[in-house]
Ligand binder design. Structure first.
Ligand SMILES: Cc1cc2nc3c(=O)[nH]c(=O)nc-3n(C[C@H](O)[C@H](O)[C@H](O)COP(=O)(O)OP(=O)(O)OC[C@H]3O[C@@H](n4cnc5c(N)ncnc54)[C@H](O)[C@@H]3O)c2cc1C
Length: 377
């Protein structure tokens, strides 16, 4: 996973990628066979922050339309590479007080996901015994959703970078970014000094800080903390789908013999090593207990991570117009794992050829929909 810190210095590369989470590693994997790349990660372990803390879900029914298109564009890679995907249907559930949510979900998602199924209350209960028919208005099932092996996905990107002879350097916190005399960039990360034509800012919650270091205008990123917990339900739960509140107030899914749940919180945070606040865990438990027949009293494990959003909740991917050679790959919010194949390929193509590959544009994704210009307006 890690590389001996401080063994490579000074260096000259075509592209320096700041951040060894799923974003930095994915673009690195698409770039590494074609040019000299280095990935710089501040922590000792790759994927230590948001990437290592996700719910690992692939669904095409979550987020803005561009996100859903990016998920679709990533599907083939995720389902055909290294056993990354295990089936995990998603079931949205509406309670009796909000029956209209079912129609709204179908209206929003059916055009891109025609395989969605409308479920009666009885069919909801058949799929998940945590509900009683009397409290449920109905559900929507996404049968083609799945769980992603995030560790394997990340390791695969990492292998591609290393097998192309390109370094990934852990414990290399970028502290200084300046213009070099050739119109490129000079980066200091501890005792490593790098000259590069292109800087890729894939620093997750810290991406605005990286921009400021380089003298580039911040794009307006907000890290939002989400807590997660696991618990035991005392009944067989391994066959349950990922169950999501139709109003996005909570979700839970099988996690080995236990269940992973979240109150779907979004607490504004500084870019930090996130910890789950006890009150947030308590609120999550209360939401799930109120919506189901479960009576969670204690948790086995808790953690939290930062989901970092742009103002329109669509990632920012592209060259910064005011700073030649400074490339944004940030703001993946709660969707950065499942969209990483498409975003990695898209970002690499813009850097290498200044074009959008057909394999991405065929899903209706345009350069403009992800470009930083839209956020600077
Ligand atoms: C609770 C939770 C559930 C989620 N569920 C899902 C899900 O089901 N499906 C899905 O697709 N997505 C999900 N996500 C979102 C997903 O995890 C993120 O979108 C994704 O991991 C973001 O990846 P990243 O590489 O941009 O960020 P990160 O993984 O945070 O990586 C950024 C890296 O940059 C490094 N860095 C920062 N500053 C510097 C510096 N100065 N020098 C060097 N390195 C630096 C950091 O150390 C960090 O490792 C979830 C997230 C959370 C928190």
């Amino acid at each position: 996973m890690t590389v001996e810190p401080g063994t490579v210095r000074p260096m000259k590369v075509d592209v320096a990628i700041i951040g060894g989470g799923i974003a930095g590693l994915s673009v690195g994997a698409w770039l590494a066979p074609h040019c000299d790349v280095v990935v710089l990660e501040a922590e000792l372990t790759l994927g230590y922050h948001a990437t290592g803390r996700s719910a690992a879900a692939y669904t095409e029914c979550y987020g803005a339309e561009t996100i859903r298109r990016l998920a679709k564009a990533s599907r083939e890679y995720l389902t055909t590479t290294d056993d990354l995907a295990s089936p995990l249907p998603v079931m949205f559930v509406a309670n009796k007080r909000n029956p209209d949510q079912i129609g709204a979900l179908l209206d929003t998602f059916l055009p891109l996901v025609p395989s969605l199924e409308h479920l009666t209350p009885g069919e909801v209960v058949d799929r998940c015994s945590a509900f009683d028919v009397s409290g449920v208005a109905g559900g929507v099932l996404e049968p083609g959703a799945f769980e992603i092996d995030v560790h394997a996905l990340q390791s695969g990107y990492e292998r591609t970078i290393r097998s192309s002879g390109q370094p990934i350097i852990a414990s290399a916190r970028v502290e200084r970014i300046t213009r070099d005399t050739n119109g490129g960039w000079s980066i200091d990360a501890g005792d490593i000094q790098i000259n590069t034509r292109v800087v890729v800012n894939a620093a997750g919650a810290w991406a605005d800080q990286i921009a400021a270091l380089a003298g580039v205008n911040r794009i307006g990123l907000t890290p939002l903390l989400r807590s997660v917990f696991t618990f035991n339900v005392g009944t067989e739960s391994s066959g349950w789908p990922l169950v999501v509140d139709a109003g996005e107030q909570w979700y839970f899914k099988p996690e080995g013999p236990n269940v992973l749940g979240s109150g779907a919180s979004e607490l504004p945070s500084d870019p930090v090593d996130a910890r789950a606040p006890e009150i947030d865990i308590a609120l999550g438990i209360e939401k799930i207990n109120t919506a189901t027949e479960l009576s969670i009293r204690s948790v086995l494990n808790t953690w939290a991570g930062l989901r970092t959003f742009t103002t329109d909740r669509v990632p920012v991917v592209g060259f910064e117009p005011t700073a030649p050679g400074f490339f944004w790959l940030a703001g993946q919010g709660g969707y950065g794992i499942k969209t990483s194949p498409a975003l990695g390929e898209f970002a690499a193509a813009l850097i290498l050829t200044n074009s959008v590959p057909d394999s991405i544009s065929e899903f209706g994704i345009t350069r403009e929909s992800l470009a930083p210009e839209r956020l600077h307006r």
